[in-house]
Design a protein around this ligand. Structure first.
Ligand SMILES: [Fe+2]
Ligand SMILES: [Fe+2]
Length: 220
């Protein structure tokens, strides 16, 4: 595998540019969706954390925008205005438990895992631009999984087990939605030098780990 991609490679620049724009748009949407949810958070601890997360995502958007400018690639949005509105509407429609699952398991943890898979193949500038964002994502995931766990232990055991069973299908649904938007994610990943099947395997492995970690303390 080519470890240090040369940004003079036109195909690489094009694909990495699209991935960077997509990642930046997702961070922007996370920022807005989480900001809207602060009002529904269950306690002050969560409100304080979510406000910090909103600040983090805003910082990530700035870092990425600056890097996209220097990278000198097409900065046309990947997601249209309508798709962005659909994303926000989806998160608004969710109850707190489903919000935690979709935001923190699917987008933050598994989306982040996919981005992690790209980093070793990226050029040095891109890798540098992802350093702070990926570091902060670890905190966001920890918060989300902790909250999800707290919510699940409040439920009767049968109910929380049933909910865990549905998490897998919520993730499939979101995955299908992304494919349904006609965004050629496999093509983009391949063009930056990532083995797409390998990325999928790693994401599935992480998903299994998360489901097990959520189930374990419940069963105990
Ligand atoms: Fe972020
Ligand atoms: Fe995040």
């Amino acid at each position: 595998m080519n470890q240090n991609k040369d940004i003079s490679d036109e195909n690489y620049r094009l694909a990495m540019g699209r991935l960077l724009v997509m990642y930046t748009q997702v961070d922007y949407l996370i920022m807005r969706a989480v900001a809207e949810r602060i009002v529904d958070a269950p306690d002050d601890e969560s409100r304080l954390f979510m406000a910090k997360q909103v600040g983090d995502e805003s910082k990530h958007v700035r870092i990425q925008q600056e890097w996209i400018k220097r990278f000198g690639t097409d900065n046309t949005p990947v997601f249209s205005e309508l798709q962005q509105e659909m994303f926000l509407a989806h998160f608004r429609s969710l109850n707190w438990l489903d919000f935690l699952t979709d935001m923190y398991v699917c987008i933050e943890a598994l989306g982040g895992e996919a981005v992690e898979q790209i980093v070793p193949m990226a050029d040095p500038g891109t890798r540098e631009s992802l350093k702070v964002p990926l570091q902060d994502e670890i905190d966001h995931v920890e918060f989300g999984l902790g909250q999800l766990h707290d919510e699940l232990v409040k439920l009767p055991e049968a109910e929380s087990n049933a909910y865990l069973q549905t998490i897998g299908s919520r993730l499939d649904f979101l995955d299908d939605t992304l494919h349904g938007l006609g965004i050629d994610v496999p093509g983009m990943f391949e063009a930056v030098g990532a083995d797409y099947q390998n990325v999928v395997d790693m994401v599935m492995f992480r998903r299994q780990q998360i489901l097990e970690s959520l189930a374990q303390p419940l069963a105990a």
